[in-house]
Design a binder for this molecule. Structure first.
Ligand SMILES: C[S@@+](CC[C@H](N)C(=O)[O-])C[C@H]1O[C@@H](n2cnc3c(N)ncnc32)[C@H](O)[C@@H]1O
Length: 453
């Protein structure tokens, strides 16, 4: 049976090739030399891929302005798919260590369509990269769904298993493929200073192709790259970088006039500032985090948007400061695997060991329990992650509700002109995903104490 007719692996799961092979850079070209050299450093710490690729390309004086994006694109491709390349090479007789040049040329054949004879490694090793569906066929016959996802999608085993907890293989694979594409630049318009139409007009006048976001009324999507510092709206602090899903999660908090809001895991303040920009009069936001450095960055960003942000560093255990108690709204944007943000952070998939990842749901449950106890009687709590893994999402919420029977999960209502109610599931949880909504992957659940009659 030819794999072309197999339901298991389809061409859409593989890196897409350009219509013509890119043979302009011959095998001795500086792009390949620089790419292989940098790949050695990147593979030593793939979780730091962004930093290492950025710094390495800037430092390599041999490369020109057109070479750098070309090499970067190949390196990111390999970081995203090295398990697939390695399997294709192994299927064709390659054994042994993982010398970066073999992976590099494997990628050139697999994703750039280079003829194997163009490459300075044995042609036989590269034949699987030239015809990946055929090469994978014998391997795939004996592979489980989790092994297929981990290999073809090139993620750690724990993540493949996690993604398959509440999805079938094609759906899980679609989420990984959607994260192979470069994420769009998304701006959040600071609604207290200007409106989206004005920002879109400014971008249009500057010849920048931009469209309104679909899910957040304050989102602007920019096609392609943009030099942000060159934009007047950026310099004036009228826009900030923030994915649409993150904007939507902030809007789940929905404070009312004079409410006290605690952002329990505020980090560098992305959601706290989104909240502040649209909050009704009198709302006070207290941003907490275990990292003072992140809170300092949050304050800096707040100043950029013409705001002051109240912050307080906290310890991960022990009593919370008194001013956290009795809040009307608590947002827990919990530390998580970040598996919904792989399109922005290619190396993130390699950051967590299986044991670390599997420990995260307990840590999240602990943070949820700790902050639920601080909420005022009529308050609401929003639990959120940027993960696609059920165990970190509804799994944590279900455990909390089972242990706190006086709490319930409610179905939030979107503000006017937002359409994210389409992304609510039967329990009322928000799930935006790269494949279904073309956003970062985010989960959000709204909880409150049951009303007694
Ligand atoms: C997903 S990030 C927050 C992102 C941020 N809310 C934003 O929108 O930009 C999670 C944050 O939780 C913080 N964190 C980790 N453990 C914590 C704990 N026990 N209590 C509070 N914050 C914690 C981390 O330092 C990190 O900044």
């Amino acid at each position: 049976m030819s794999l072309m007719s197999s339901p298991r692996i389809t061409p859409a799961w593989l890196p897409q090739r350009p219509p013509e092979p890119d043979v302009r850079a011959g095998p001795g070209h500086v792009r390949h030399k620089a790419g292989v050299a940098l790949l050695t450093r990147v593979l030593a710490r793939p979780d730091l891929a962004e930093q290492r690729i950025g710094a390495g390309l800037r430092a390599d004086r041999r490369l020109g302005s057109k070479d750098r994006p070309w090499v970067a694109d190949a390196l990111y491709g390999i970081v995203r798919r090295w398990r697939l390349i390695e399997t294709l090479l192994t299927q064709c007789g390659w054994q042994g260590e993982r010398p970066p040049e073999v992976l590099w040329w494997g990628w050139m054949v697999l994703a750039r369509g280079l003829p194997a004879e163009h490459c300075p490694v044995p042609k036989s090793w590269l034949s699987g990269c030239a015809k990946p569906l055929e090469a994978l066929e014998p391997w795939a016959r004996g592979a489980s769904d989790a092994a297929t996802l981990a290999t073809v999608g090139s993620v750690p085993d724990w993540l493949a298993e996690g993604l398959l907890e509440d999805r079938d293989l094609p759906t899980a694979m679609a989420e990984l493929v959607a994260q192979d594409r470069r994420a769009p630049v998304v701006l959040r318009v600071a609604a207290h200073r200007t409106d989206r139409a004005a920002v879109l007009r400014e971008l249009d006048a500057a010849g920048i192709e931009a469209t309104p976001g679909r899910w957040s009324p304050h989102a602007v999507r920019i096609a392609g790259r943009v030099h942000l510092q060159g934009l007047a709206c950026w310099r004036a602090g009228h826009v900030a970088l923030q994915d649409e899903a993150s904007q939507v999660v902030a809007s789940l908090v929905a404070p009312q006039r004079d409410h006290r809001v605690v952002d329990a895991c505020a980090g560098a303040g992305g959601k706290a500032l989104a909240l502040a920009a649209t909050a009704p009069p009198g709302v006070r936001i207290l941003a907490l985090d275990v990292r003072e450095g992140a809170l300092a960055e949050a304050r800096r960003r707040a100043r950029r948007e013409g705001r002051r942000l109240e912050t307080q560093p906290i310890s991960p255990t022990g009593p919370l400061p008194r001013r956290c108690l009795g809040a009307d709204r608590v947002l827990i944007d919990a530390p998580c695997t970040g598996s919904g943000t792989l399109r922005r952070h290619a190396g993130l998939r390699w950051r967590w060991t299986a044991a670390q990842a599997q420990g995260l749901p307990d840590r999240q449950a602990e943070i949820l329990g700790r902050f639920a106890a601080t909420l005022g009687p009529a308050g609401r709590l929003v639990y959120a992650t940027c993960s696609l893994w059920r165990a970190e999402n509804q799994g944590v919420v279900d455990r909390f509700l089972a242990a706190h029977t006086d709490w319930e999960q409610i179905r939030p209502a979107p503000p006017e002109s937002s359409h994210w109610d389409q992304a609510l599931d039967a329990k009322g949880a928000l799930e935006l995903t790269p494949a279904r909504h073309d956003t970062d992957g985010f989960f959000g659940a709204v909880l409150r104490r049951r009303r007694t009659v």
